[in-house]
Design a protein around this ligand. Sequence first.
Ligand code: IPE
Ligand code: IPE
Ligand code: MG
Length: 239
Amino acid sequence: MPTKTLPKHIAIIMDGNGRWAKAKGLPRVEGHRKGVEAAEEIITAVRELKIPYLTLYAFGTENWNRPAEEIQGLMLLLEHFLKTRQEKMLKNGIRFRTIGDTSKLPQNIGQLIAETSEITKNGKETTLILALSYSSRDEILRAVNRILLKPGTSNLEHRTITEKEFSQYLDTKDFPDPDLFIRTSGEYRISNYLLWQLSYTELYFTKTMWPDFTPQELMKALDEYAKRERRFGKTSEQL
Ligand code: IPE
Ligand code: IPE
Ligand code: MG
């Protein structure tokens, strides 16, 4: 493969599992099952490309409003993924992390998350970040509330805060902002995902449903990314 500019951090909205299943006359949860398989292939491809960060939107705050049966199916898949992939992640140098309000997740999953994060904490290849019970507005509000509740910040009228400082209160404080955003399934929206962090991210949309999103499809997104000129508000001549 010729050398090209690769992103350091890819953030994906894995969308279209339900429609993929429906088109095949299968229950929605089958779409999610295939979606996990697709995610595993993408995680491997990202690691092989030596891309240091991958964030996957796996369950949004608003997804708690789905039918109980679907939520249960998703939680079981998540539990299975964590239980069966812990060792593989460790072996492959994947550092596992999450963003989102994981206190809302079932207790056993909370424990598995803590365990997997701890076991894989020295992984040097790729940091895999799962967004779980995550929404950007919720993250921003939790950050604001942490600032308000911080001991010694009673005189708030006289306090200002910088972008850099604020970022340190977000769930993503340990990670760089995404360079490339991908959303599958032909929906052209952000759906409460990383609103602060995506400010200067290159956006890529594809009609492919997530279960059909292969490493080849990822390569297409990376080719497109390599062609983009990121100006960060400057002119082309300044770059
Ligand atoms: C994305 O697929 C997975 C989750 C939101 C958990 P969807 O379940 O949203 O699939 P569609 O959009 O209904 O096809
Ligand atoms: C976003 O997809 C959340 C995840 C992929 C986990 P949704 O399918 O929930 O988003 P909307 O409802 O189409 O905006
Ligand atoms: Mg969807």
